[in-house]
Ligand binder design. Structure first.
Ligand code: HEC
Ligand code: HEC
Length: 153
């Protein structure tokens, strides 16, 4: 029972993929305004890059993408109206350069996870901290487990 259900789902997915290719093949490339990412990037890859941006910066898609003029509830992904999108492009170029120049990373490398990514600096926020944490903060953390132990008695 369970097994058959799985096969049906896989079948449906395969059909969708085939349909998708058939529908998009004669048309122009899927995306209209890529200046940094490869123009022939697949839907899946682009989606994965964008979701990684969201998680690394702790934001939603609308942080970088402007709303549609005729329907402000939807986003116009190809538009460059939001400055954050262009900053992000520079950040992509910078990150790529850091990896190639200072970490000797090459795109074709196998086991290829670039050593530096958006997460390295952003760590879940749009504005990385420029200053090291103050010494007191560290002290607080050190004493926290001890306090917990006491309260457990
Ligand atoms: C940190 C900024 C940022 C966030 C957050 C972000 N994007 Fe993007 N997105 C970009 C940039 C920059 C480009 C253009 C890349 C290029 O020029 O190669 C882009 C391009 C795109 C495109 C291609 C549009 C076209 O036709 O050219 C789509 C679709 C897209 N993003 C969807 C999303 C979705 C969906 C989300 C949320 C899950 C998201 N983005 C979150 C920065 C962002
Ligand atoms: C080497 C560290 C570093 C890396 C790597 C990095 N960033 Fe940043 N980014 C920063 C700093 C620092 C700022 C804040 C600059 C400021 O406050 O003026 C920033 C700001 C931004 C902003 C503007 C935020 C705003 O509110 O306007 C965006 C968008 C952004 N980064 C996207 C990205 C994306 C996408 C990546 C990965 C491709 C990335 N960054 C990788 C350091 C980094």
């Amino acid at each position: 029972m369970f097994f058959r259900k799985k096969i049906t789902v896989a079948g449906t997915l395969a059909a969708l993929v085939v349909l998708g290719i058939a529908a998009s093949a004669p048309a122009e490339p899927t995306y209209k305004n890529l200046k940094v990412l490869p123009k022939n990037i697949s839907h899946e890859e682009l989606d994965s890059v964008m979701h990684q941006f969201n998680r690394s910066l702790g934001v939603k898609c609308s942080f970088c993408h402007a709303p549609k003029k005729d329907n402000p509830r939807k986003l116009d992904f190809a538009s460059d109206d939001k400055g954050e999108k262009n900053v992000a492009r520079d950040m992509m170029r910078m990150t790529d350069r850091i990896n190639r120049k200072y970490f000797n990373y090459k795109k074709g490398d196998q086991h290829a996870i670039p050593p530096v990514g958006c997460m390295t600096c952003h760590n879940g926020t749009p504005h990385p901290e420029a200053m090291a944490p103050k010494e007191e903060k560290k002290e607080e953390k050190k004493t926290a487990p001890a306090a917990q132990q006491n309260s457990g008695q």
